[in-house]
Write a protein that binds this ligand. Structure first.
Ligand SMILES: Cc1cc2nc3c(=O)[nH]c(=O)nc-3n(C[C@H](O)[C@H](O)[C@H](O)COP(=O)(O)OP(=O)(O)OC[C@H]3O[C@@H](n4cnc5c(N)ncnc54)[C@H](O)[C@@H]3O)c2cc1C
Length: 393
């Protein structure tokens, strides 16, 4: 039996930064980081961006932090190893190789996985999902030999993947059930402008089309829509959302319908067990309400906070303004605040035509979110401050 002071499950950015948070306040405690993927923690966000487009991407450059950091800070790492059982009462975790780790404190950082839509053919060959380095490498290979490629979805990942594939001069279609792209975040006018931007880059858009199924014997041949359309394609990239990897704690209080419920200190209702990143359903002390975010900065910051709290030497609340970014074609957009509800009023500063603007989203007279297109980091930081001030936080 292996005994550890700290066990971190999931070697994404949230798990890696939990290690960093621990080491900031506890230099000696024994820490093991277990991750199912073969690779050490890496910049997942790059997979749909330059990584997809580069001819020979350097896998070493992807790492975050550099793999040597774990060695220097005496963190034991076990990659290509899944935790298969998690016994909350006995504080035990069983690894896929049969080993058992007894821990004092644990952090759940298992992230999320792509949603498979509830239609026929989701497991056919050439129907692919983009989450890991392996997925991205496979997509690069397949995209180079397939003629018709359809991206299914209209969210951040779908748009980024479509833009990158199109920048590789491939013929790309995109089908989305809603009338405009990024409709979960954008107001209709900004959404229409972005959709038009994709059309101008020759992405063949099928808006308002719902997926009915993927057809083919073993490999994809057609995509069928609910309206009865049939698109003959050789490859589909499905990006219909990400769901939390909760199987390890299913049917326990550590698993809820929206993620793993945690306090403002990112601790679950089991003392000493924390949840972070894409997995955590946390109280948002800035915007109000309870939410789960599936964005990089949130995962990184939550890991740091939970790691510090795990040591018992700190008691830090997680209170960050929600913030994420995206890149598609020649655009970089930063989203600061709460985009979950459509604004009642939008205050636009700048111009869509110049592809450079700031849109402030209001609910009544309350500022709730700020969208920045092609702005500098200092403007993003200032947007966070404006929101805090507007909310009196
Ligand atoms: C292609 C792509 C592009 C993105 N682009 C952006 C972007 O531009 N901006 C942005 O803000 N966000 C972006 N995101 C989202 C961002 O990458 C995630 O929010 C972030 O990676 C979440 O980090 P995490 O550590 O919580 O989870 P993950 O990154 O999902 O890592 C969790 C890890 O835990 C492992 N694991 C799961 N179960 C087990 C188990 N039982 N045992 C051991 N290990 C396990 C998984 O294999 C995985 O390696 C993107 C995501 C993707 C997929």
């Amino acid at each position: 039996m292996i005994r550890r002071d700290y066990l971190i499950i999931g070697a994404g950015i949230a798990g890696a930064s939990a290690c960093e948070g621990i080491r900031k306040y506890d230099k000696r405690g024994s820490v093991t980081l277990v991750g199912a993927e073969v690779f050490p923690p890496y910049k997942r966000w790059i997979l749909s961006k330059t990584f997809l487009r580069e001819k020979d991407p350097n896998l070493k450059k992807l790492q975050e932090p550099d793999e040597r950091w774990f060695e220097t800070h005496k963190i034991e790492t076990r990659f290509a190893t899944a935790v298969t059982q998690f016994n909350i009462e006995r504080r035990l975790a069983v690894l896929a190789n049969g080993e058992t780790i007894e821990f004092n404190k644990a952090c759940l950082a298992m992230g999320s996985r792509p949603v498979r839509p509830p239609v026929a053919g989701v497991n056919l060959g050439n129907v692919i999902y983009l989450r890991t380095v392996r997925d991205a490498l496979a997509l690069k290979e397949m995209a180079s030999v397939e003629r018709g490629i359809m991206v299914v979805g209209g969210g951040l990942l779908a748009c980024e993947a479509a833009a990158s594939l199109r920048m590789m001069k491939l013929k790309i279609g995109l089908m989305h059930r809603d009338p405009y792209l990024l409709n979960r975040y954008l107001d209709p006018e900004t959404g229409a402008w972005l959709t038009d931007h994709f059309a101008k880059h020759s992405v063949v858009l099928s808006m308002g089309e719902s997926l009915n199924g993927f057809e083919g014997k073993t490999v994809l041949r057609n995509i069928q829509t609910k309206s009865g359309n049939r698109f003959p394609v050789g490859l589909a990239v499905v990006a219909c959302g990400a769901e939390p990897n909760l199987h390890l704690v299913r049917n326990t209080p550590l698993s809820g319908p929206h993620g793993s419920p945690v306090t403002e200190y990112l601790e679950t209702e089991e003392k000493g067990i924390y949840a972070v990143g894409d997995l955590a359903f946390y109280p948002d002390r800035i915007m109000g309400g309870v939410r789960r975010q599936t964005h990089w900065e949130n995962a990184r910051e939550q890991g740091l906070v939970a790691g510090a709290n795990m040591t018992g030497k700190k008691r830090i609340r997680y209170e960050q303004v929600p913030c994420f970014w995206t890149e598609m074609f020649d655009l970089r957009m930063d989203f600061v605040g709460d985009f979950s509800v459509l604004p009642t009023r939008v205050d636009l500063q700048g111009a869509y035509a110049k592809k450079k603007f700031i849109a402030r989203y209001y609910q009544g007279d309350k500022l709730r979110a700020i969208l920045l297109c092609q702005q500098a980091q200092r403007d993003v930081d200032s947007a966070k401050t404006q929101l805090r001030q507007a909310l009196g936080k």
